[in-house]
Ligand binder design. Sequence first.
Ligand code: KG4
Ligand code: ZN
Length: 356
Amino acid sequence: MTILGIESSCDETAAGVVRNGDDGLTLLSSVVSSSMDLHAKYGGVIPEIAARSHIEAIMPVIQQALDDAGCTWDDIDGIAVTQGAGLIGSLLIGVLAARTLAIAKKKPLYAINHVEAHLYVNFITESKVENIQPRSTQPEFPMLGVIVSGGHSQLVYFKDHFDYTLLGQTQDDAIGEAYDKVAKVLGLPYPGGVSVSRLAETGNEAAYPLPKARMSGKYDFSFSGVKTAVLRLAQELAGKDHSFPSFELAALLSDAQKADIAASFAFTACETIVDKVRLAYDEFQPKSIVIGGGVAADRELRRQLAERLPLALEYPAMKLCGDNGAMVAALGCFKAMRGADPADPYTLEVMPNLSM
Ligand code: KG4
Ligand code: ZN
């Protein structure tokens, strides 16, 4: 079974090819073209620019993914595409391309939930792609899934493939979104999460104790409180009140203060996640825990998970933590192997608010 995956939910136009092997999935290619540079001067993704960039990139990216995989259309058994969640204009380009190709090339089409796909990238255990080192073993069920991306922060308990329960999720900002907002306060370059993560490694995490929200849902999260606490802290250190423009605060902070704020924030944000992961581990005793989403690349998160959990965690390759087509192909491959009904290529619609 060889599946082409297409992803276009945000600012990355991506395609990847995955094949099922004896034990786990093999990555044959992963091509990611980002319009990030075009959004940088605005400090965030501009949906119209992202959608227009997808139009230009989508066919070359798909062709490159096939070429890199050494595949022709004859080798492809199905097409998987992100149906949601995401930006409507961005999703439309990937879905329309996939629908058209499914009809023209007579391939079954699989509609993919982006968030679920972030977890399924963990089933890739072999790679023919240079620079992408996958996990060594497949996750086992029951499995606890931890999604930490720019749009989602969720804990999901999987009894088996496609048989899962959403345990809890953020009630306000996603963790990646909080990283990005803290980056703005600290005057760090876009994309902010990576910058905060790097700077945090040089700071003192105990410098500024920050609050963790108490939630009514046992497995729910909140990140808006810690994000606001960072803003108030920066104002206090800069000697300004809340009426002072937040984008001018960074200039009044020393490098050491910025590093300490980044470290204190990363520590608290990650602890918020890890507290609940540990709680869920104790309650459900999963055989494996899988992490997905851009913040899975964060070192502080990995450090705390290693410290607090009794089982060793494996991570997807760094390049597969952010948005990519391989994760979509990976989930599509399981759908195809398990006989899931393909979508109708004449009618498949995007679902911007699709949840798990
Ligand atoms: O999964 P992803 O690529 O896109 C979404 O589906 O949202 O996640 C992007 C998020 C952004 O908020 C970005 O700032 C954050 O992941 N991120 C990181 C790191 N790399 C990306 N956050 C913390 N540490 C990182 N190394
Ligand atoms: Zn994502």
